[in-house]
Design a protein around this ligand. Structure first.
Ligand SMILES: Cc1ncc(COP(=O)(O)O)c(C=O)c1O
Length: 443
């Protein structure tokens, strides 16, 4: 380190940490395709993270309620995870999947062990969630020999062509012909879904989608048990089970996307689908399983994966041993530090405190979620539930001034999404509550 703004390791190139230079360099060299993914008018630059805390380049400290978009599960820079990755990097940073290596194989065994017992689970590792979604769709289509897939409106599944085709939010769909063979059903959003609260109307609408918008023979349906970018929309009890019955009756498979909701985040279960009395056929996971190291996976019943036997399909870094070593350590830390229990307890307390704020601030229309996957939805009027998009932007900007990192989500950008590292503690909640209280007052 030369001074506060320049750093150079002995052998590497110089990094300029001065704020203006970072902004200028990014504007000069980042493609326009990345411009919309910037939440604040004044850029936020992070330099350091430990546990549930982040520090910007000026040294200001924040409580991280976003976890780098749900990637940080056990805490920033967890020493055990970093040590595992570092040890593997020192020995062999990469080993292509065509050669055998024990670390990814152990990791696959350990991931399979997190699934419901009594089924024969196998694993295909990928680099990212979207790749895992693409693969899940391919597996479902290969196994069933059907094409049509159902997805939910306001679902998000990733940016690749396949994942984008099952994403039901216009802001994430680009102005190109999307892949065919996808029909959308209304999401059973209990606060602002088109049929209001209840499950049966949404299952009836799914029947209609199957009968009117598909050929009647399905490859599958993809569901997030708690929609993430859709604005933290938990599937109501009975919906996933009812949907699975209908989809299976049409020859299709149940694909569950746990990229945001999984890995102990919802507190009561390791995988959010476990609360819904269903066993999926395919489970897609990424983000928190690597705690910041790039890692995704499809966990699938063996008989389904067998349909792809004999065809080449690989992801170059899919079974990268360094990421897998990190993934194994993350699984250990989750258990040792009882982070699923922590998500349940701290998340439960935070939910109560947010409900208290709802009584004080009329702009809060709904507070919802489970464990450490929570949302505050802002409305202009509690009776009409008109989304308070501009007000949400103001509150969001103010949360930063209060030392909180959150995100705006939902199709109207009117939901504050809270998905912190699972090590958020009870001691952090006073600052979180006071920060939201002050920010909401500026709505
Ligand atoms: C629910 C869900 N599925 C899939 C993806 C795609 O994952 P990735 O961005 O790693 O490709 C995301 C990413 O945000 C997601 O939230």
């Amino acid at each position: 380190m030369q001074d506060g703004s320049m750093s150079m390791d002995q052998s590497g190139p110089v990094t300029d940490w001065s704020t203006d230079a970072i902004v200028e360099r990014r504007e000069a060299f980042y493609a326009a395709s990345q411009r919309a993914f910037v939440p604040y008018k004044t850029p936020l630059i992070f330099r350091k993270g430990v546990g549930q805390y982040l520090w910007d380049e000026t040294g200001a400290k924040y409580i991280d309620l976003l976890g780098m978009n749900v990637c940080i599960s056990v805490g920033h820079a967890h020493p055990r995870v970093n040590a595992a990755a570092r040890a593997q990097a020192d020995e062999l940073p990469h080993c292509t999947t065509m050669f055998f290596h024990p670390v990814p194989a152990h990791f696959c065994e350990e991931l399979a062990a997190t699934m419901p017992t009594g089924h024969d689970w196998v694993v295909h590792l990928t680099n990212s969630g979207a790749e895992a979604v693409d693969l899940a769709l391919l597996m479902a289509r290969s196994h069933t020999r059907n094409t049509d897939v159902i997805a939910l409106q306001t679902g998000y599944h990733g940016a690749t062509f396949g994942a984008q085709s099952v994403t039901g939010i216009s802001g994430f769909r680009h102005n190109v012909v999307q892949l065919p063979g996808v029909a959308f059903a209304p999401e059973p959003n209990q606060y602002r879904g088109q049929f209001g609260a209840g499950v049966q109307p949404y299952l009836d609408a799914l029947d209609t989608t199957i009968h009117r918008e598909t050929c009647g023979a399905l490859a599958g349906m993809i569901i997030e048990p708690v929609q993430g970018y859709g604005g933290i929309v938990p599937m109501p009890q009975g919906y996933i089970k009812g949907a699975a019955e209908r989809v299976r009756a049409a020859g299709g498979l149940l694909i569950i996307d746990e990229v945001q909701s999984g890995f102990g985040r919802t507190g009561d279960a390791f995988w959010a689908f476990e609360d819904h009395d269903v066993v999926p056929d395919i489970v897609v996971m990424a983000k928190g399983i690597g705690n910041g190291y790039p890692l995704g996976a499809v966990v699938v019943k063996r008989a389904i994966a067998e349909a792809m036997d004999g065809k080449f399909l690989f992801h170059t870094y899919g079974a990268n041993p360094m990421s897998c070593a990190a993934g194994r350590a993350v699984l250990d830390v989750m258990k040792e530090e009882k982070l699923q229990d922590n998500a349940r307890d701290v998340g439960g307390e935070l939910l109560q405190r947010l409900r208290k704020l709802q009584q004080k601030h009329d702009i809060i229309g709904d507070v919802r979620g489970k464990g450490l996957m929570l949302a505050i939805e802002l409305v202009k009027d509690r009776a009409t539930r008109e989304p308070a998009t501009d007000e949400t932007a103001r509150v969001f900007d103010e949360t930063r001034a209060q030392g909180l990192v959150v995100s705006k989500s939902g199709p109207h950008r009117s939901v504050l999404r809270l998905v912190p590292p699972l090590c958020l503690s009870m001691a952090d909640l006073d600052q979180v509550e006071a920060g939201f209280d002050a920010a909401l007052a500026k709505a």
